[in-house]
Design a binder for this molecule. Structure first.
Ligand SMILES: [Zn+2]
Length: 657
């Protein structure tokens, strides 16, 4: 048996050496055939056809890598096919199958997990795939039992080994790099790369043919994932489905999404209905690649149409910013009724038209002021853009208010807090722009762009170096304390870490998982101790009854003489007199302020005159991207509200954020 096995391996070793060396010479395999495509790397081609109905779908393609002491398999396939794959592996090696990586959570890639686990394998997945298998998996697995006997006879085995962005196996004989590049075919696609052999296994993040189910995808993010994959030095691509191929398939896959998005958007802009847009899809090259016309791919086109018209979840808001659902009433709650009337701020006609698409049965009433909103609130189910006591008093049955900002300290008046209305804000969506502002203020102080230093150079109109070179500081190696690790604080921490800073964070919530770029995350009891160690203190917490004036004399006294203070949150968090004292006496080095108390800061205010202070007029929230994110959140929340799904960015009215 062993002798035969050795002969088998060495024969394929010879043919594969040629294949790996030349990209044009990709082996053409028959269905279910196994080929050693590089030393110790085997590919099994699963049967599939987009045009021939007599070809029974045979699950996903499989790759296995034979290390010195064990075998690692890419994709668990369906339970039946998992058995077939294990039998095929046994013909290539007698080493134990120690690891199986699920490329994503779909049944043809993950439901064979239990079969591999019985062989003693550990199941690997990205964090998102593991989460999807844990949370949605049980129900989806039950549903799949109706379609396949092998699933009905098996059970759902969830992954045991979970990675965030990268996982490496290297025993010198083989090196395997596993990557999560972002949301592609699903939220958790894991790609497997063999740098020595220049082989990339993509799962369904790239298929060779029209096999991309898009229902769980984010097409914009998918394009970016493919671009990252294209950066790798690759000669052979093992796709999730379809024949083995070369690197050009990554470009084809990407081109399909780019052109589909462009053509669908063009159709929408021209006011076309979906069916007409589908007919108009024109990609002659697509048939050459896949065997079918692009304008027959109804589901894919529909998905992009839905994405472009706000009918699907804006995944990037959830994944990039960590916004989450509810708690808020849903259609499964007793007494829930479909809403009829929503008061909206006066929107551009195109935006109102977008809301009509996702909520055709809703009567939208545009208003220009909070007073008008209160007048129209009677009989309305929701008010967008305004939150006042008069609005909730006008309609005690009002169900939802969406505000267009993150800090809700002025909105949460007693009438609102005591009513049953659900308030949603735009928390976390301002992370990129406000954190840019924080870094801009900090860099202005440390790099000699602050007013007093600036005067010596460009403002005076001639070239003059800083008189005191020590005023130009570097951030590298310094410690930043971020007070409040919410959406904005997290983004500031990410940026500071990239500048080489050590980031310590204080936050009262024990629900936050410490990101890798944050050195320590501690409760407010540690605040004073950490202030004393920080070179930069950044306030990034909401203004509530508990946090009002939280930064006063003792906090400024505790700061290092060389430390900078940055506030991009709210002026009311700070005892401004204590701050001015510290700046005057120079017991701190300087301050960068996007917020003050009061706002606007009066013209003659002493802060304007201070040489070690940089002030911006509360502009952190302004940016090119923020308005777009805010609108997409509004639109998604309207879609959710009308459909009876949990809302995003729900404010805890008791906590005040
Ligand atoms: Zn899939």
């Amino acid at each position: 048996m062993k002798l035969i096995l050795r002969a088998f391996v060495s024969t394929f070793f010879l043919t594969s050496a040629v294949a790996a060396a030349s990209a044009q010479d990709i082996p053409k395999l028959k269905f279910n055939e196994v080929r050693e495509i590089a030393p110790g790397v085997f590919f099994r081609y699963a049967q599939i056809s987009a045009t021939d109905k007599s070809v029974v779908f045979g699950g996903s393609n499989n790759i296995w890598i034979v290390f010195e002491d064990y075998v690692l398999v890419y994709d668990a396939n369906f339970p039946k096919e998992a058995g077939d794959v294990i039998a095929a592996i046994r013909k290539t090696t007698d080493k134990p199958i120690r690891y199986v990586l699920d490329s994503h959570h779909h049944g043809d890639h993950a439901y064979g997990n239990a079969v591999f686990a019985k062989e003693g394998a550990t199941i690997i997945a990205s964090a998102s795939t593991a989460k999807l298998l844990r949370i949605n998996g049980p129900k989806e697995f039950e549903d799949a039992k109706k379609d396949r006997k092998d699933i009905a006879a098996s059970y759902l085995k969830v992954p045991d080994l979970i990675f965030d962005e990268k996982l490496v196996f290297d025993d010198k004989k083989q090196r395997v790099e596993i990557y999560f590049f972002g949301h592609a075919h699903t939220a958790g696609d894991a790609l497997l790369y063999l740098p020595k052999h220049k082989i990339l296994c993509t799962g369904d993040a790239c298929t060779n043919g029209p096999f991309n189910y898009m229902g769980h995808s984010d097409s914009a993010s998918w394009i970016r994932v493919l671009e990252k994959a294209q950066q790798l030095d690759v000669q052979i691509v093992c796709p999730g489905h379809g024949p083995l191929t070369d690197k050009s398939v990554l470009g084809k896959q990407r081109r399909y999404f780019v052109e589909l998005r462009e053509q669908v958007k063009k159709g929408i802009a021209a006011g076309k209905e979906f069916e007409d847009i589908l007919k108009s899809i024109d990609m002659p090259w697509h048939k050459e690649w896949t065997g079918i016309e692009a304008n027959t791919r109804k589901n894919e086109t529909r998905h992009v149409f839905d994405e472009s018209t706000g009918r699907t979840m804006p995944w990037d808001l959830v994944e990039d910013f960590g916004i989450y659902e509810g708690p808020s009433p849903t259609k499964t709650d007793k007494g829930w009724a479909a809403p009829k009337k929503i008061v909206v701020p006066s929107l551009m006609p195109a935006r109102l038209a977008e809301l009509k698409i996702i909520a055709p049965n809703i009567f939208f009433v545009p208003v220009k002021t909070a007073e008008e909103a209160a007048k129209e609130a009677l009989g309305a189910d929701a008010v967008l853009g305004y939150c006042t006591a008069d609005i909730v008093k006008a309609n005690p049955n009002l169900r939802w208010i969406q505000v267009g900002h993150a800090g809700v300290e002025n909105d949460l008046v007693p009438a609102v807090v005591n009513s049953k209305v659900v308030v949603t804000n735009t928390a976390r969506l301002y992370g990129p722009n406000v954190s840019d502002q924080a870094m801009a203020l900090l860099l202005a102080l440390t790099r000699g762009l602050a007013p007093e230093l600036h005067k010596q150079t460009s403002a005076s109109g001639h070239w003059q170096k800083l008189k005191d070179a020590s005023k130009a500081q570097e951030l590298h190696g310094k410690t930043m304390l971020v007070v409040g690790l919410g959406g904005i604080g997290t983004q500031i921490a990410r940026r500071a870490e990239a500048f080489g800073m050590r980031v310590q964070a204080i936050d009262p919530s024990d629900a936050i998982v410490k990101p890798s770029f944050v050195f320590s995350l501690e409760p407010p009891a540690k605040l004073m101790e950490r202030i004393a160690q920080a070179d930069v203190v950044v306030l990034a917490c909401p203004l509530t009854a508990q946090t009002k004036g939280m930064f006063g004399k003792s906090q400024f006294d505790a700061m290092k003489k060389s430390a900078y203070f940055i506030n991009i949150a709210r002026g009311g968090l700070v005892d401004q007199k204590a701050m001015i004292d510290a700046l005057m006496k120079q017991t701190i080095a300087g301050a960068g302020l996007d917020v003050t108390d009061p706002e606007p800061l009066p013209d003659a205010h002493p802060l304007w005159k201070m040489p070690n202070v940089v002030i911006s007029p509360h502009i952190g929230g302004q940016s090119d991207g923020a308005r777009d994110r805010q609108w997409r959140l509004f639109r998604e929340n309207v879609r959710r509200f009308v459909a009876g799904e949990p809302l995003l960015c729900v404010v805890d009215k008791q906590k005040g954020y």
